[in-house]
Design a protein around this ligand. Structure first.
Ligand code: NG1
Length: 488
């Protein structure tokens, strides 16, 4: 085993990031530092480098766990691990960011979790999921040593968590000399990440494992299918961080899970109403099972039945159980159960089932229309669909906040054809489709109006330095999928 030459690293980096030549040296430097830190920490050179990208979701928010499509792209911000297999069961991971302490545990099933919010839980989620699926022998699994370095802003809706899960899974699999077909792995890891307590869908793991450079990825679920779509040369996607943190370990996790539950309730109420009318409609908690295409019904007819079955008013659990003609405990077990154990508590303001339903079904249509608009080169209509997606996320799904709304209106005033929140919401980032020739001016103006204007006035933050702006507002180049570079 030898340390890779700069040429080997540069070659890997050009492939992994589809990076222009002038960006390669800085990335080679990052990888070299990680390799040096590994050798210094563990006294041996690493066996391999594993890389998993974060993503920005262009359109299709909170549709994935309902079985409806999404359209994200992988970004060039990622998690990179230098790794080497252990001789036994030990997993030992050191983070190059010293805020995250070293994690050490045996790769033995089942893995008990660290306290909620601990970064080590994402590593455990991957390993536990692979052992649970018995892809690696539960008794003989080898652990690994790793130094990990990440460049994805956290709690920002850019999937830093899933990138860590994907990188950890690849590290564990390669350390045990095995591979899993990527589509299967993506589905397995979507399930595995629920170990941390969010009832998440499968978008993030899938795009990290299946993306192609310079393309967006239309993903369908159950079963997982991915289609790469060319992104137009005349548009760039600029990511702006609202600076409102939305960590999925705190209230944002509860708010996320609440929406998952409200969507299940919508499906339960609609399937009940459909079977009362038509007989033979399966009872389901997955909205995509009730798409007009699957039901072979007219869309307006399905929506009219849904409106009647659900109604615009917030619903209590007691009212839902009455409408479903099922005891409260049965409804709770079927719709409110969380993977982490326990049940979602009933919200004091009731379940907002109709609004959630309306967002999901209209957003699913917008994804299809947006992909078609791109394929037809109609960037105006594509941008308009992004704008409508934001309005629906804000008004029906309730996942925006004043800062995200301010940021999208500033972006639209300054040249974005489409601007919307991206990811789970409740803070985090926006994604903006900006004509390529206006990007520099867009970044300058949004920096002035939002980061030096709005945020300073509303939150009293100091001016950001130019270096910080790079992390806060950046072009997202569609990068390549996760990969492993073996070093020998
Ligand atoms: P982020 O933004 O990374 O927290 C979450 C879910 C996705 C999807 C989006 C909303 C996880 C790991 N990811 O993403 O599956 O539902 O929210 O579209 O829970």
């Amino acid at each position: 085993m030898t340390i890779p030459t700069e040429q080997q690293l540069a070659q890997y980096i050009r492939h992994a990031y589809a990076a222009p030549a002038d960006e390669v040296p800085a990335r080679v430097h990052r990888y070299t530092r990680l390799i040096q830190q590994f050798s210094k920490t563990f006294g041996i050179p690493p066996h391999a480098i594993v890389r998993a990208p974060g993503r920005v979701n262009v359109i299709g928010e909170h549709t994935d766990y309902n079985g409806y499509p999404v359209f994200p792209m992988a970004i060039d911000r990622d998690v990179v691990m230098a790794i080497s297999p252990s001789s036994g069961e030990t997993v030992e991971v050191v983070n190059s960011d010293s805020r995250y302490e070293r994690r050490l545990f045996p790769a033995r099933f089942p893995l008990g979790a660290y306290p909620q919010g601990d970064w080590g839980n994402y590593i455990k989620a991957a390993i536990n999921g692979i052992l649970e699926a018995e892809i690696v022998d539960r008794q003989r699994a080898l652990g690994f040593h790793a130094v990990v370095g990440g460049t994805i802003p956290e709690s920002a809706g850019l999937s830093s968590s899933s990138a860590l899960v994907v990188a950890s899974a690849l590290a564990f699999l390669t350390s045990n000399g095995t591979t899993v077909e990527t589509q299967t792995l993506a589905e397995l890891l979507a399930h595995a990440e629920r170990y941390v307590g969010s009832e998440g869908g499968g978008m993030d793991q899938a795009v990290s494992l299946l993306a192609e450079p310079r393309k967006g990825l239309k993903i369908d679920f159950f079963p997982l299918r991915a289609q790469s779509v060319d992104l137009p040369m005349e548009l760039e996607f600029v990511v702006c961080n609202s600076l409102v943190r939305a960590p999925k370990t705190e209230s944002a996790q509860h708010a996320y899970n609440r929406r998952v539950v409200e969507c299940r309730l919508a499906a339960a109420l609609l399937s009940r109403a459909l079977s009362d009318r038509r007989g033979k409609v399966q009872h389901t908690t997955l909205l995509a099972d009730l798409s007009p295409e699957k039901l072979k019904m007219d869309e307006r007819e399905v929506n009219a039945i849904a409106e009647q079955a659900i109604g615009e008013e917030p619903l209590s659990l007691a009212e839902i159980s009455r409408r479903l003609q099922e005891p409260v405990d049965t409804v709770r077990a079927r719709c409110l159960a969380l993977k982490s154990g326990g049940f979602l508590p009933e919200p004091r303001d009731g379940f907002l089932v109709w609004k959630r339903y309306r967002h999901v079904v209209t957003e699913a249509r917008r994804v299809e229309a947006a992909v078609q608009a791109l394929q037809e080169g109609n960037i105006q209509s594509f941008g308009e669909l992004m704008n409508r997606s934001h309005a629906s996320c804000r008004d029906d799904f309730g996942i925006s906040c004043p800062e995200l709304d301010a940021l999208v209106s500033i972006a639209r005033r300054n040249g974005a054809l489409g601007a919307r929140l991206t990811g789970a919401g409740f803070g985090g980032c926006t994604v903006n489709a900006v004509p390529t020739d206006r990007v520099d001016e867009f970044i300058r103006r949004v920096s002035e109006e939002y980061y030096e204007g709005y945020i300073v006035q509303t939150r009293g933050r100091g001016f950001l330095q130019i270096e910080e702006l790079g992390e806060t507002i950046f072009r997202s180049r569609a990068s390549n999928r996760a990969s492993i570079l073996t070093l020998h």
